[in-house]
Design a protein. Structure first.
Length: 398
């Protein structure tokens, strides 16, 4: 089999052009920011290989060095797009700045060394190897939920590509290349083959990353209340047994609190449904600002909210006072009228450790008590302490 570099470059360029055109069609629109960067990565790669091809064809003309420089610029721009995609998929990537700097320095050095093929190749290949190795490293330790399969595949491709580029850089520094990127030589053939295989595997990785991202978005949507941004009932029901079991295992106090806005129908009637929605959003914000990271606030439905707290009775009372005051003040300030809350709480204790559904029922009964006793107060479920010593009691907001 006779391989020549120009034919390989044609195949790679055709492959990348087809991928660059097919991706937007397959992914549809609109796609996420990360997916857009991934699409640009393939388009720029196609442009880069097209320019390498043109440089090979015009090898004997004065255009070849400029075309090679343009190819280097396109390849660096493609790597930068990949860094952006990884940042969006995996969260903040500390190496992103380094990638940006080397993506600029690579073509700049290439331009300065344009008269010496070995030097400019050695320089650019070394820069390219550093960028690719950084991209591979960026696939590790994600700060957002991301499956390992596509990350490891991409990191492996980066390791192989990085090594082949380093080899090319070394050979060029030894002046073994006379005609740069386009020379028909074993290292260039190997590099083209590796680029082809790693390019295809990177495509697979990116499609899986994009699928994971889409699945994660759907999961988040299924678990989040659209209006308030809090967890929804499904998310709370899913999280509750685990948290309850943790509290039992570690002997932590645990409380289920149901909160309900008072006379909310009147808010809607007097100020309109849109204002009512704003009131619910505000309660969501105030709740989120007043709970601890390990606690969970969810919209239970309508104007009712549910909290899972690692707290004893005194702590729940203090929390209720704090929340009611903040809600009162902020609603007056932001909505122009005051919102009031009633709450019912069931506490898990050594004596009272029923299933979650039963605790929830106790909290609901306590909320009913708070409403019946005049609203604007917190009531505890009677069974949370021995009934004879401490019957159902309510804490009125002072
Ligand atoms: N704006 C808005 N209103 C809602 C939403 N969900 C439920 N509501 C309204 O919340 C009100 C609840 O009314 P009720 O169950 O009578 O309760 P209430 O008026 O708060 O009275 P108490 O709870 O007894 O103090 C109804 O008018 C619902 O239309 C929502 O998403 N947005």
């Amino acid at each position: 089999m006779q391989l020549d570099f120009a034919s390989m470059a044609v195949l790679i360029a055709i492959n990348l052009v087809v991928i660059g055109m097919a991706l937007p069609l397959v992914m549809g629109s609109p796609v996420s920011t990360a997916a857009q960067h991934a699409q640009k990565y393939f388009v720029l790669q196609a442009v880069g290989w097209g320019l390498i091809l043109a440089a090979a064809r015009l090898r004997d003309s004065g255009w070849a060095p400029m075309l090679s420089l343009a190819a280097a610029c396109a390849a660096s721009a493609a790597q930068w797009q990949m860094a952006q995609a990884l940042q969006n998929w995996l969260g903040p990537r500390p190496l992103r700045r380094l990638v940006m700097v080397v993506c600029v320095l690579g073509p700049v050095g290439f331009a300065f060394l344009i008269d010496s093929i070995p030097l400019r190749m050695a320089w650019y290949s070394a820069c390219h190897a550093l960028v690719i190795a950084s991209l591979g490293w960026m696939c590790l330790r994600p700060q957002r939920a991301a499956t390992s399969s596509w990350r490891y595949l991409m990191a492996a491709c980066a390791a192989v590509m990085g090594l082949s580029l380093l080899t090319r850089s070394y050979l060029a520094s030894q002046a073994l290349f006379q005609e740069g990127f386009t020379q028909d030589s074993l290292p260039n053939h190997l590099f083209a083959m590796i680029a082809q295989v790693c390019g295809s595997l990177s495509l697979v990785s990116m499609l899986v990353a994009w699928r994971d991202e889409t699945n994660q978005k759907l999961r988040d949507m299924a678990m989040t209340d659209q209006l308030t941004g809090l967890a929804n009932r499904r998310a709370l029901l899913q999280a509750a047994p685990q948290r309850q079991a943790l509290a039992q295992r570690q002997n932590l106090p645990w409380a289920v609190v149901l909160l309900d806005l008072d006379h909310f129908k009147a808010v809607n009637d007097q100020h309109g449904h849109a204002r009512g929605d704003e009131a619910l959003e505000l309660l969501g914000q105030v709740l989120q600002a007043n709970i601890r990271a390990e606690e969970l606030a969810a919209r239970w439905g309508g104007e009712e909210f549910c909290l899972l707290m690692y707290a004893n009775q005194a702590e729940v009372e203090r929390f209720y006072q704090r929340l009611s005051t903040a809600l009162h003040d902020q609603s007056l300030h932001k909505l122009g009228f005051a919102l009031h809350l009633s709450a019912g709480c069931a506490l898990q204790s050594a004596e009272n450790s029923p299933p979650f559904a039963s605790l929830l029922q106790q909290a609901d009964n306590a909320l009913y008590t708070a409403k019946n006793q005049g609203r604007g107060r917190l009531a505890f479920a009677p069974s949370t302490t021995p009934p004879l010593l401490a019957p159902a009691r309510a804490v009125e907001l002072s």
